[in-house]
Ligand binder design. Sequence first.
Ligand code: GDP
Length: 701
Amino acid sequence: MTTPKNKIRNIGIIAHIDAGKTTFTERVLFYTGISHKIGEVHEGQAIMDWMEQEQERGITITAAATTAFWYKTQAGRTDENRHQINIIDTPGHVDFTVEVERSLRVLDGAVVLFDGVAGVEAQSETVWRQADKYKVPRICFINKLDRMGASFDFSFNSILERLSKKAVPFQLPIGEESHFSKIIDLLQMKAVSFSGEHGEKVTYEEVPADMQAAAAKAREYLIEKIVEHDDELMHAYLEGNIPELDKLRATARKAIIANELVPVYCGSALKNMGVQLVLDAVVDFLPSPLDMPPVHGTDKDGKDVFRKPDDAEPLAALAFKIQFDPFVGHLTYFRMYSGVMQAGSYVLNASSDEKERVGRILRMHANNRAEEAEIRAGDIGAIVGLKKTTTGDTLTDEKNLIILEKIDFPDPVISVKIEPKTKADQEKLALGLRRLAEEDPTFSIRIDQETSDTVISGMGELHLEILVDRLRREFKVEANVGQPRVAYKETVTKKAEARGQYIKQTGGRGQYGDVELYIEPQARGKGFEFVNDIRGGTIPEEYIPACKKGIEEALGKGVIAGYPVVDVKVTIFDGSYHDVDSSEAAFKIAASMAFQEAARQAKPILLEPIMKVEVMTPENYLGDITGDLSARRAKIREITDRHNIKVVHADVPLAQMFGYTTQLRSLTQGRGSSVMEFGHYEPVPQNIVEKMKGDTEKAKK
Ligand code: GDP
């Protein structure tokens, strides 16, 4: 049975690590009838956690999409009341911001969880800003209200102050901490209680007398905040008419979808309170695919193309996650923006310009997979066995092509050497690494040309640790890894010219390549640009691609310390050739020599990744923390207050941040915490470069 589009919701559940996402998701899957046993996180059997080590670490890494069906609590189990909720998994750890971004791109709305004791935490802000960027409508859920120290008011205020002035409570808790017993639905002015073994039975009752006044006041505030968004309602309200419930809901829905209003809910996932009401809210207030604007893309010539969420429109789908499934193999998760994806059909991958056969299509449920003949506009599915499609590619109709916007992935900032514990595992290691790199665009593998070592790179220490862990579990390869190293880059700071000649003409067939070029800096992030300015055929056309190739190879190994060279423009403008001795190989070498020489002349510099770091600490450790950060070459941007603690905001070179958490723990007797994410690249100060050179020399001896 296909779900009408207005009853589909594509949502993500996003949260600071430990806010209760796994527990919450478990409840969702239980109440939506898919899992029949609630697996507590501490028992390590949470359903959403596909991979073993996620269970051990209690964090969710992959963006698998799961389909669930929800019948609203106050309507029956009828077809009319059947809603399909596609849950797109989003990770909680900042090392995986890319995973968050990629999921934000394909979901239409989100539930954001907060720990009712801690309120808004540093990572919640990061993720919130990302969701702002993608204009994702949100529902907030203040979780863990049963915990000692929990406070709805405190948490709500932290949302209001730090995340959004548009946040408004749609509920109030009755009691908190161990007295937390019911939730008041302010729109309906009812108290809601939860009974049954897992709180599955939901009962609406009168608001208890001692809560009447507080609830009435909160309700008035809520209604004011809703009617603001509709002139007619506003007028009626000012004349003393309270709008009907349906009208209030419809107006709130519009405002929420427009990101003008953020409803705040509350409960305790662990104690089975409130999760069903959030599911009701997902249906009531988050957008269906029909509420989304037409998706934007371009055609082959770069002209704008738009596609409506309509089955009759030509096919447009975005591959947003590649995952290797142990049972069915290579899975490509995709979001359908328009048209219908049919099993057994052929589609064009507009990004790589290759045709692909869509073999089987699966819909993933928490604990089973359903085969589907087709997936329609607005829905999400997974294709088995696509070979040439990577994350971010557009699948489209050859005759009505659209290229959707690519997903931007930052370059890896940290790398380690990796080798199998036993020589015999070399092949298995290579295969495993290849698979992982296919799934994860922020993970890359490289063979060091000098040492023949395999070097893997990623977004942070934890990111690489988890990948090495997956190698062990999924590919049964035990690996040794070296010390983490910073992924430096090189670039140039002025224009310079050089000539490269590769000429060998003694005996037999010779070699003749001669290239003149200049190199100049480009704006940061602009990448490599190649310009052919050869006039009068001083280098024949047929050798130009070889020249480009030679330069590209040289880019891989900079002249300062062998790091990749970025943001340079290279123009070849002259050269010479020999009728017999010239060859592609000779021009490739000559171009690469010319590039290296020019780069040496062009004042090359080393760039290092700078991390945005936030350190939370009780005030009495503040001096030690800032002192330590300064010794790490930190630029302290500001120090702010956050409910009795100090927060230090700093930019720190990644090279100085290895092992920081351990140091922080000892400086603060375990009371400080920190988060960091990649910020930008900056030139390494000269004295540090000298020191690095010294270290390399020593290492060689
Ligand atoms: P995640 O890291 O966001 O996936 O968080 P988990 O779901 O793993 O929860 C982290 C910890 O908080 C676990 O020990 C949970 O049992 C606990 N927890 C989750 N929800 C609640 C709640 O509503 N109340 C209380 N008291 N604990 C909770």
